[in-house]
Write a protein that binds this ligand. Structure first.
Ligand SMILES: NC(=O)c1ccc[n+]([C@@H]2O[C@H](COP(=O)([O-])OP(=O)(O)OC[C@H]3O[C@@H](n4cnc5c(N)ncnc54)[C@H](O)[C@@H]3O)[C@@H](O)[C@H]2O)c1
Length: 264
């Protein structure tokens, strides 16, 4: 991908040791940013950062539980102290247990909200003082079509968190705008990641493919390209918005059964 150069910028990505987070971290590094991957799976995190470095790009790993205020504050303070700047924050980490409402315990509900909503809030809050000082900053939240547009049984807490993040993003966009800080979101559809394969069967994946007008599931890179655009200088006048990256999945007005045959 050419354009949307991020040379000289410093970026943090949460939950970055695999899946979409790793795809985003790699893409931002390819664009020239120094990327700090963060997460709670340290072995995988260090390996992921090392793999990016082997491509001749700049990446490090830091442990950071995104739901833990002191860990988030500490890591953001350290990045600024060590690198002298922080330009881009991507709130990617999330969990997505599949449990029907009748079986969701209050603890399970709270654990989803802690990672998926409290985490992005803590990240944005910790970055704000530095962004204010720089009079510059970019935040991108990983929302989802689930909750924001559509849903599936078993995902009520996840859907609530992903719709909620858009409300937070719009409010924060207003509050942070005086310092030239933009906050936007990406709403992926079904992106084939390790996390999805852990939770879903091959038959589910096949059914999802058939329901997507572009006839394939998305890749982490499909999402990463949208993030790269939103954090670039070219997106300077876009704030409080979200981009759907779903291969057209949320477009059909009627049953997927009437989608045209895939081109052969
Ligand atoms: N894959 C999809 O189809 C899809 C669709 C829509 C939205 N999304 C969103 O994209 C993001 C990434 O999804 P994915 O499929 O790559 O998921 P994934 O499960 O592969 O990755 C999530 C990452 O978050 C990390 N994580 C979990 N709890 C954490 C915590 N407390 N602190 C720090 N890190 C933590 C995990 O270790 C993992 O690295 C999520 O926000 C998800 O909701 C994914």
């Amino acid at each position: 991908m050419s354009g949307f150069d991020l040379s000289g910028k410093v970026a943090i990505v949460t939950g970055a040791q695999r899946g979409i987070g790793l795809g985003v971290a790699t893409e931002l590094a390819r664009a020239g940013a120094q990327v700090v991957l963060t997460g709670i799976k340290d072995v995988d995190g260090y390996r992921a950062a090392a793999n990016i470095c082997e491509m001749g790009l700049a990446a490090t790993y830091r442990r950071m539980d995104t739901s833990d205020e002191s860990e988030v504050t500490h890591v953001i303070d350290d990045i600024f102290a060590e690198m002298g700047r922080l330009d881009i924050a991507v709130a990617n980490a999330a969990i997505y247990p599949n449990t029907n409402i009748a079986s969701i315990t209050p603890d399970e509900w709270d654990s989803v909200m802690a990672v998926n909503l409290r985490g992005p809030f803590l990240l944005a809050k910790a970055c704000l003082p530095y962004f204010q000082r720089q009079r510059h900053g970019r935040v991108v939240f990983l929302s989802s079509i689930t909750g924001a547009r559509v849903s599936s049984p078993g995902y009520s807490h996840y859907a609530a968190s992903k719709a909620g993040i858009l409300g937070f993003m719009r409010t924060a966009a207003l509050e942070f705008a005086p310092w030239n800080v933009t906050l936007n979101a990406v709403e992926p559809g079904n992106i084939l990641t390790e996390g999805v394969m852990e939770h879903q069967s091959q038959s589910f994946v096949d059914a999802q493919c058939a329901a997507v007008p572009l006839r394939r599931l998305g890749t982490p890179q499909d999402v990463a390209h949208a993030v790269r655009f939103l954090v670039s200088d070219e997106a300077a006048y876009i704030t409080g918005q979200s981009i759907i990256v779903d291969g057209g999945q949320t477009l059909p007005e009627m049953s997927t059964a009437i989608l045209p045959e895939a081109a052969r």
